[in-house]
Design a protein around this ligand. Structure first.
Ligand code: SF4
Length: 485
């Protein structure tokens, strides 16, 4: 029995009452799994009515350090918000939100507090929404695998170096994640980072079911074990890169020979067989495909004859994307669905600051080459990516111009994520999209640049900063993408 139903049963059957302390213990216990529990927040008003001393009891525990601080702080924050000023509770919670930017529990609480401030906004009700991603997508990292982009859904489904891919794809963790989509809790998803949730663009279950018989079956049967493998696979286990961008790593990294041998085994035994069933492979969200010996070998092996139905998404910093290099990988020619270039800047000084080791003159040459590949039909889509931070936000409008200049099909903006390279304070100093940042107001003004309403632009998890009536064109109703999608 879940804590919610246990407490509810208690409320419904006064003869078997739990004490207030027992209720708080149960809540703390439930929250200690680190996942979000929206059903608990929904039932909070009833708990608080039943136990008028609820808030004081939690406050006393926190003060006397009786129990773990984070769950108790969360319980107190939710109770305070429900009792009065949700905006104030949210503002007070911001330091915890910044220091736990990857926690589905903490970000779920932020999402719930936002829903109290804006109760008429339908995006906060996920109970009838559906996300297809954990049912078709598989991201392979070093030592873990994920059913979505790992920065939005951190829980691992398992390690492909330890278990066959079929077992990991349907592991107990994978089943729990799919269950959380079916039950509408989305408890493992980072609700403020996921652009689909943040922008309110997740489709309803009935819309998804109406579009596809296969998905209808998954939804109607609440399937969590899937009979076929992933349609879309992202390979992000090799961090080898030709650059060392400060937002990603502290120094340049190249896998050593022992690591490369491990990755070779992984590729031979799991990745190559798994891709036989897949329609799309993304290389890579972890480094650069052209800098990695393992990914280079893999791209050579995935030829059209052996994998006739497979297409590529190539994500690169483009510093190595020269005509000579491209000619070495015939498997990519005419089979690249998307060539995605991550730049994070529209000018040389900013690019060379954020892309440590890059050269802007080379970048411009390679962007022109990428534009030629698009024109020749060698790639179907050319996407540019810009991860927003304090050092580059003033160049967002110019970045849209750059996209037009080189014939990009889409220009994507995302918030910067803390991949563990920054301390909380360092991240907060860069996270200009956080309301407490000194330049936040200036950032919000930049977000009203009409160029950010260009049909090319996808604002993803930054959509909320555009004032809908302030510009000269409506926001695009279009699904957002991950840098790794
Ligand atoms: S984080 Fe977002 S995209 Fe990922 S599974 Fe959850 S709702 Fe879907």
């Amino acid at each position: 029995m879940s804590v919610e139903s246990e407490i509810q049963a208690d409320l419904d059957a006064p003869e078997a009452l739990l004490t207030l302390d027992e209720v708080i213990d149960l809540m703390v216990d439930q929250l200690s799994d680190g996942a979000d529990h929206p059903e608990l927040w929904r039932d909070f008003p009833e708990f608080m009515n039943h136990f008028p001393d609820f808030r004081e009891a939690v406050e006393t525990r926190l003060h006397d350090r009786q129990g773990p601080a984070l769950p108790l702080t969360i319980i107190l924050t939710v109770a305070t918000a429900l009792a009065g000023d949700a905006a104030d509770a949210l503002a007070r919670f911001e330091p915890i939100s910044v220091s736990h930017s990857q926690s589905p529990l903490v970000q779920g609480v932020v999402f719930f507090l936002q829903s109290l401030i804006d109760p008429a906004n339908a995006k906060y009700d996920l109970t009838d929404r559906f996300c297809d991603t954990p049912f078709h997508k598989f991201d392979v990292l070093e030592g873990s695998s994920h059913l979505c982009c790992a920065s939005w859904l951190q829980m691992s489904a398992g390690n492909l170096e330890m278990h066959p891919w079929q077992e990991v794809w349907n592991s107990p963790a994978a089943q729990a994640i799919r269950e959380s989509i079916h039950d509408g809790s989305f408890r493992y998803c980072n609700k403020t980072a996921c652009p689909f949730i943040a922008s309110g663009t997740l489709p309803s279950k009935s819309d998804v079911a109406a579009q596809s018989g296969a998905r209808r079956h998954v939804i109607d049967e609440a399937l969590t074990v899937l009979p076929r493998g992933p349609e879309r696979v992202t390979l992000a286990y090799d961090r080898t890169c030709n650059l060392s961008c400060p937002s990603c790593r502290k120094e340049k990294y190249a896998a050593d020979s022992a690591t490369r041998a491990r990755f070779d085994r992984l590729q031979e035994e799991e990745i190559l067989p798994m891709l036989r069933d897949s329609a799309l492979v993304d290389i890579t969200g972890s480094g650069d495909p052209f800098a990695s010996k393992n990914f280079r070998r893999l791209m050579e092996r995935l030829d059209a004859e052996s994998y006739p139905d497979l297409r590529f998404q190539i994500m690169t910093n483009a510093m190595l994307l020269t005509p000579r290099e491209w000619a070495r990988f015939p498997a990519l020619h005419g089979r690249t669905a998307t060539l995605r270039i991550s730049l994070d800047a529209a000018t040389g000084p900013t690019h060379e600051l954020i892309r440590r080791g890059a050269r802007w003159d080379v970048m411009l040459e390679n962007l022109a080459f990428a534009g030629d590949l698009r024109k020749q039909g060698m790639v179907d889509n050319l996407d540019f990516v810009f991860v927003v931070q304090v050092d580059n936000y003033r160049e967002m409008g110019d970045f849209v111009d750059l996209g037009h200049r080189f014939g990009a099909d889409a220009v994507n903006f995302f918030r910067m994520t803390n991949w563990g390279t920054f301390s909380t304070a360092q991240f907060a100093a860069r996270a200009v999209f956080m309301p407490a940042h000194a330049e936040h107001d200036a950032f919000v003004r930049v977000m009203q640049d009409p160029r950010l309403r260009d049909p090319l632009v996808m604002l993803n998890d930054l959509m909320e900063f555009v004032e809908e009536n302030g510009g000269n064109a409506p926001l695009r109703e279009r699904h957002s993408l991950s840098p790794f999608d």
